[in-house]
Design a protein around this ligand. Sequence first.
Ligand SMILES: [Fe+2]
Ligand SMILES: [Fe+2]
Length: 296
Amino acid sequence: MTSAIATPVVGRLEERAPRHADLQRAPRAIPVRRLVFDFTRVASRHWFGGDPFLTHLANAMSLTFPEGERFFMDAVKHYADRIESPALRQEVSRFLGQEALPSRAHEVYNDWLRTTGLRPEGIEERVKEGLDRVRQDRSHRYQLAMTCALEHFTAMMAELLLEGAAIRELMDPEVRRLLVWHAIEETEHKAVAFDVYVETGGSYRTRIVAMLITTLGFTISVAMFQRALMRQDPGARGLGVALRGIGKMWVKPGWFRRLVPAYLDYFRRDFHPWDRAAPEGMEGFKAEIAGDVIRA
Ligand SMILES: [Fe+2]
Ligand SMILES: [Fe+2]
């Protein structure tokens, strides 16, 4: 990621007394599913509505997932021993499974990208270098707050996908299957890192500072990676491609614009990820992929 993520400008970040854990609550259902994919079935390299801008935006995000999700797992694992709530302990172990398996599927997807003439190695290296710098330079508390921030982003993207029939219809079926699966699981575990953060004494201030820095770092990084991919693709050149794409995201239909209220929610002092219910039709999506699930 960019230096904006790697070298945040905050000083020492305070911690609070751990919040009293709810020892009685039942764990949420966070099932670990395994699916396999064959991306050689993808009919067009511009699989997202034939639009190179949208396709490379999704590609850029996919390239951040394997390293990013390893980072999330490590950030949460660091605090695992301090969790008192049996429900949250169980959720953490399922969270680790739910981050690991889709992440591996994204690696398969990212390898397939190479066969379409793209050279994503440089991007993967930059993601790894950026996250390694955060691991080195920042506290474990900050790393967990950054994980909470990025999990809020993935939950918002999941909501956009699962509630956006028009978006899903634009996608190639094989990539859509990967993204729908990932979106279901991001929704199911969206509060786990957050609950670990709060239960182990993470403060509001650090959560907000990390969100502000992460917002800048993540959006700038993804935009740079998308631009790099578009430059490698002769079919994605030209200012018109970029302007039309930005228009779709922010103006009409304005998919990213619709996420702004959900994003701002995070800044409320009493925010919790489950203040927003799971997208409608979750059961239908789970049923849709159920037949493809391979039990380990
Ligand atoms: Fe994930
Ligand atoms: Fe996640």
